[in-house]
Design a protein around this ligand. Structure first.
Ligand SMILES: C[S@@+](CC[C@H](N)C(=O)[O-])C[C@H]1O[C@@H](n2cnc3c(N)ncnc32)[C@H](O)[C@@H]1O
Length: 325
């Protein structure tokens, strides 16, 4: 009988990174329960509303989700949905279901995460008809093709893979018929920061080299050199979660540089304080009435430590006005 592999440090480190999937989904579940935005599907992945989150955290998630959605929607509009989307480190994200409901579907929506996370997501999808039905209802010939670590249908595919292992990732995406000739949107929301700068730069280079028409939207930490950044790093380390990519999160320039040096043509980065101030202000006023915010300064600090960076290739360039910022 094969002997069991010993438990290694990297298993522990990866386990701590995988646990961040629940941080994101429980925060999104809580904020939607308070009415910050509507997500009809997160409840099927996270049943309990869970512990109360501070208003600044909810406002931070609001800015993150609204900002990412505006960029995703601008890409879909620009390509008239003749495109595909690849969500890297998707966790329990529900964007596919939102796009389906809004009838702005790319040709195919791919998600990638560690096999253990994917297995959990597939279990939720299999056992909850509101999640599984939208996957197959459009074509009578369509069906769900499932194994433990992948699920495939005509429009939606979820793949278990390690983003640091590019040959395996490429092979799996090919197996599920990714089409490099189609305009392709890559998303990474709080994901690259868990990889070393070398690993994330290889990933960003691979996308640039493989997909002639592409856009990459990355949301993660920025301005991490100060005391606030240090506390964030220490808090995560206490949970054995290492921000291995934090060196790229020093400034908006360092965030942009990883795309520029990989040959992306046009690169923009905004900190979340700026994004928050250019979101549709009527809706911002609405959410600011939901909960009393005691410490405006804390919200500002939080928003100054996250950013959205987007890079494009081959005339997919999107100006701020086209995005709605
Ligand atoms: C903070 S969570 C964010 C989840 C989702 N993007 C969201 O914003 O709701 C980070 C996700 O990235 C995944 N991840 C991190 N490193 C990864 C890697 N090397 N390969 C695959 N997935 C990875 C984790 O498992 C986790 O689900």
């Amino acid at each position: 009988m094969a002997s069991k592999q010993p438990f290694t440090d990297s298993d522990t480190a990866d386990e701590a990174v995988r646990a961040t999937c629940d941080d994101a989904s429980t925060c999104k579940r809580f904020a939607t329960s308070k009415g910050y935005w509507t997500d009809l599907y997160v409840q099927y992945f996270v049943r309990q509303i869970g512990e109360r989150k501070a208003p600044e955290i909810n406002r931070g998630y609001y800015g993150r989700v609204r900002g990412m959605n505006l960029l995703i929607d601008a890409f879909l509009k620009k390509t008239q949905c003749d495109c595909q989307v690849v969500n890297l480190g998707a966790g329990l994200d529900t964007t596919f279901w939102r796009l389906k409901d809004e009838n702005v579907m790319p040709k195919k929506f791919f998600e990638v995460d560690f096999p253990m996370i994917v297995a959990r997501k597939i279990h939720h999808i299999k056992t909850k008809p509101p999640l599984s039905k939208p996957l197959i209802e459009t074509h009578s010939t369509d069906s769900l093709r499932l194994d433990g670590h992948s699920l495939d249908s005509d429009r939606y595919c979820i793949i278990g893979a390690d983003l640091r292992d590019l040959p395996a990732l490429e092979e799996k995406l090919k197996k599920f018929q990714i089409n490099p000739e189609l305009p392709t949107l890559f998303l990474s929301e709080c994901v690259l920061v868990y990889m070393t700068p070398e690993q994330s730069s290889k990933l960003v280079n691979w996308v640039a080299d493989t997909f002639p028409a592409a856009m990459f939207i990355n949301y993660e930490q920025v301005n991490m050199n100060d005391r606030f950044g240090q506390i964030m790093i220490e808090n995560l380390l206490r949970r054995q979660c290492n921000l291995a990519g934090v060196d790229v999160c020093q400034s908006l320039d360092s965030q942009k540089e990883r795309f520029l040096s990989a040959g992306w043509e046009s690169v923009n980065a905004l900190d979340m304080m700026t994004v928050y101030s250019v979101l549709p202000q009527e809706d911002v006023a609405r959410i600011e009435r939901l909960e009393f915010l005691d410490e405006r300064e804390l919200l500002q600090q939080l928003l100054q430590h996250y950013c959205i960076c987007w890079a494009v290739k081959d005339k997919l360039s999107l100006g701020l006005s086209q995005i709605g910022f």
